[in-house]
Write a protein that binds this ligand. Structure first.
Ligand code: ADP
Ligand code: MG
Length: 586
């Protein structure tokens, strides 16, 4: 018998599924794209358990005849191209004819569809790539696909799935992109029976953004529209000064296709170089249009990365267009959120992460105060450590303070040389251990805000916060949910400035979403919260006196780990006599 054989279609499909269908969100993406390609004006997506138990995508597109439906489940069956050359003129999402057979090979797949003019609809059931039945069914014109028990035929793949919550977040993020790209299509997204968003057809982009990402965010945006030399940029961009700590709200489409384009991202970030503090990302919901022949979307089956034939031209165009718009805004009242003829109801959207008054603010940074009366509470420096360790190591008792350098470095003369102490690092260490002690003892002093801070989140952030409400509320916060994606911060830990409450919560959620924070374990979660909190809690005065510096040293050396900041940087550096002598080449 020959050793070489041709794979059965079922195996070939399962292998292809490994490429195209890496997670539930990929199934949703393929099916939503098919619905859009079919001209749907209404798409409903429902999923359960992060998509692993069920995904249902239903549309009112043109549907399929029984023959077409059967054919669509064959490998490489597509109605969208017939020759490789068609790829250059591609206007639809799909073209490989791989999605349906791949998905059907790794799930319990039910397709119901009816074409206009047909008396009855068709139902086809395929289980793990094995054909089960085809029969008539009643349904309106359009297509409904149900994908249950994803990866039932390839158990090994199930192991690679993350938690339901993570998979759900990917599905939601994905559907959001298509909803943004097609405001003329009505979208409904339902998770575990709960509506995540429902957005009617024919609304404008701003309304779409407001419905999907929240009104607060939408208010920070202004329209942009520029066309030049066969390229067009349109959509919404953030006002100067309105940025985010992550790129999640930097969303780009090329020819209405959601893409992750490095070229576009860099161009946007570069355009905001002077309009945002360092480390902040612009807000952008922008559509870039260009001759399809000048883009290559066929880089990867998942079609996330795209390449431009002429990247420099694209970059130049984007930067010029955005810069011009930003300049225009700075010179007009629009930039400050003032709508002519309309009294300003909400204050201008503040930068999300106000800079702490650390004495290190650069000229471009602005401290933002919300209108919340600030209750008096002790400044960190004068707060006494409740339980100072009784034995203070003798090493630093003989330190003689010489002065402050650059506002931050305290210089001391010691019996063995010179010490330079990083005030900020020292304070962070002290705060970090103090907070850890409070967390462990379950006694985090909390302050009630006179005016609760409203917090509107997008569905993903909202899910992340909901899952952690118990934890945060046990650690000095009091955050309550009062509507879908709406929260209210009613109390914050005593160490926190009320104006920092919202930025802090948003930063925490951003870090969780990026995977910079892992909080499966309560001790780790506490440590991470303490680390974030310590960095925020420190407020250094402009000047510092001798007694304050001596107290700082005493408090620092009462810590369990006085040598490093919570972030692992040294709190102080010592130059010994020997070192000094060597340096002066005596
Ligand atoms: P592709 O989208 O790459 O063509 P798919 O496997 O995703 O491949 O789909 C195969 C074919 O099935 C499509 O070309 C289209 O003709 C048909 N089809 C898939 N989904 C739908 C739908 N929701 N409505 C109408 N036709 C559909
Ligand atoms: Mg397709």
């Amino acid at each position: 018998m020959s050793k070489v054989r041709i794979l059965t279609d079922r195996v070939a499909n399962q292998i292809a599924a490994g490429e195209v269908i890496e997670r539930p969100a990929a199934v949703v993406k393929e099916l939503v794209e098919n619905s859009l390609d079919a001209g749907a004006t209404r798409i409903e997506v429902e999923f359960r358990h992060g998509g692993r138990s069920l995904m249902r995508i239903e549309d009112n597109g043109h549907g399929m005849s029984r023959d077409d439906a059967l054919l669509a489940l064959e490998r490489h069956a597509t109605s969208k191209i017939s020759e490789a050359d068609d790829l250059n003129r591609l206007a639809s999402f799909g073209f490989r004819g791989e999605a349906l057979p791949s998905i059907a090979s790794v799930s319990r797949f039910t397709l119901q569809t009816r074409e206009a003019g047909d008396d009855a609809g068709t139902e086809i059931l395929v289980n793990g790539g094995k054909f089960v039945h085809v029969r008539d069914c009643g349904r309106p014109v359009g297509t409904r696909i149900e994908v249950a028990q994803l990866f039932n035929s390839v158990p090994a793949r199930r192991k690679f799935l993350k938690t339901d919550q993570t998979e759900a977040a990917h599905i939601i993020a994905g559907v959001r992109l298509y909803a943004l790209a097609f405001p003329q299509v009505a979208f409904t997204l339902i998770e575990d029976g709960r509506i995540i968003f429902r957005s009617p057809e024919c609304i404008g982009l701003v309304e779409r953004v407001a419905e999907i990402f929240g009104k607060q965010l939408a208010e920070g945006l202004v329209p942009i529209e520029v066309a030049e030399g066969g390229m067009k940029l349109s959509g919404l961009i953030g006002r100067p000064g309105t940025g985010r700590s992550t790129r999640h709200e930097m969303i780009t489409f090329i020819n209405q296709r959601p893409v992750d384009s490095r070229a576009l991202n860099y161009a946007l970030i570069e355009s905001y170089h002077e309009s945002l503090p360092k480390g902040r990302y612009p807000l952008a919901f922008v559509f870039f249009e260009i001759d399809p022949a000048a883009v290559d979307v066929n880089v990867h089956p998942a079609k996330r990365e795209v390449r431009f034939r002429s990247e420099t031209a694209v970059r130049g165009f984007i930067i010029r267009s955005v810069l011009a718009r930003l300049r225009e805004l700075v010179e007009s009242p629009e930039a400050r959120g003032e709508k002519t003829g309309n009294p300003v109801v909400s204050p201008p959207v503040p930068p999300v992460f106000p800079v702490l008054s650390s004495g290190f603010q650069s000229a471009g940074e602005r401290r933002v105060e919300l209108n919340v009366p600030r209750p008096a509470f002790a400044s960190p420096v004068s707060v006494e450590i409740r339980n100072p360790k009784p034995v203070i190591r003798s090493v630093q008792s003989g330190w003689r303070w010489l002065g402050l350098a650059h506002g931050n470095y305290a210089l001391f003369e010691t019996s063995s040389g010179l010490v330079m102490l990083d005030r900020r690092a020292a304070h962070e260490r002290i705060w970090f251990e103090r907070l850890q002690d409070q967390f462990r003892a379950g006694t985090v002093p909390s302050q009630r805000l006179l005016l609760p801070v409203p917090l509107e989140l997008d569905p993903i952030a909202s899910a992340l916060l909901l899952a952690r409400l118990g934890f945060l509320n046990g650690h000095g916060f009091e955050i309550v949910e009062f509507g879908r994606n709406f929260f209210r911060i009613e109390s914050v830990p005593a160490w926190m400035e009320p104006a920092d409450a919202e930025p802090f919560v948003r930063e925490l959620l951003g870090a969780l979403r990026d995977g910079r924070l892992q909080d499966r374990d309560v001790d780790i979660a506490r440590e991470q919260l303490a680390r974030l909190a310590a960095a925020k809690a420190v407020r250094l005065g402009e000047s510092a006196g001798e007694s304050e510096m001596q107290a700082l040293v005493t408090q620092l050396f009462a810590c369990r780990v006085p040598l490093t900041s919570p972030g692992g940087h040294p709190t102080h550096i010592e130059l010994s006599h020997g070192e000094l002598t060597r340096r002066f080449q005596k």
